[in-house]
Design a protein around this ligand. Sequence first.
Ligand SMILES: NC(=O)c1ccc[n+]([C@@H]2O[C@H](COP(=O)([O-])OP(=O)(O)OC[C@H]3O[C@@H](n4cnc5c(N)ncnc54)[C@H](OP(=O)(O)O)[C@@H]3O)[C@@H](O)[C@H]2O)c1
Length: 259
Amino acid sequence: MLITGGSQGIGAAIVQHARKSGHDVVFTGRNDAHIQETAAKTGAHGIKADVSSDADNQRVVDEALKKMGGIDVLINNAAFGYNAEIGSLDVNAMRTLFATNVFGAVDLTNRVVPHMTSKADGDIVNIASTSGMKGAKGATVYAGSKWAMRGITQCWQADLRPHGIRVICICPSEVQTNWMGKTGRNNPNKLYAEDIAATIMAGLEMPRRVLWTELAVFREQSVEGRLGAWVPGCLGAWVPGCLGALGAGSIEREQRVIR
Ligand SMILES: NC(=O)c1ccc[n+]([C@@H]2O[C@H](COP(=O)([O-])OP(=O)(O)OC[C@H]3O[C@@H](n4cnc5c(N)ncnc54)[C@H](OP(=O)(O)O)[C@@H]3O)[C@@H](O)[C@H]2O)c1
């Protein structure tokens, strides 16, 4: 299994779950310390590589083939975010983001697919987002990249289904990683990286005749969240604040969160 951006967050959780399920795993990342930490924890092989670099992608494919003898599963996970409203958007920042979130995934997959089609077997998982399912304020760049990945997934399904290769798109809602520098979150109404890893492994472990084309993953609300949802009318405006003050947790609706 080859996983991009496996050095931390959702990618690192996928590395961990895949290793527990007995897969050989090669993963990428850019931060040396994080790569070493995940490799030491899981026994997976980490490669320092930037997915926006064509040369790095070829090196990753060569090293993965050498290490594992083939690539049965590719997980396009590496990505980052950028928020800005139209009118004050830095288009160069958008180009840089698309170079990783979209073109990087396309370039790497383009290099991996011939090795899968030659065996008429393989799985490709694209990590998109619920941000790629509904537009939101300030989300042109990031959401645009995730809408792109959803559309690209459908095209790859058409290209690769005749070759016995499954292409799956996973759209998580907010997940508590270090995404965009947010650390130390412990919100009972948000997903954890392990939840997404477990979802992906479940999809991969289905019989090969089963294809999940696309899956949105939301957090089932905690008791505190459900209590907030029940409060009718104007009470709803102040009771969540009281619950928050009591440390009972956020009741914000995940659908409203840009991630
Ligand atoms: N967190 C959320 O709420 C959320 C929700 C929906 C979807 N997602 C999606 O889930 C995926 C993982 O997000 P996350 O929350 O786990 O993010 P994260 O904690 O910031 O981790 C991102 C990972 O991607 C790697 N990465 C970023 N740019 C890279 C590049 N150019 N080349 C190689 N690796 C690169 C990072 O490596 P280094 O740190 O080593 O550079 C890191 O391992 C992304 O596709 C994201 O869009 C996240």
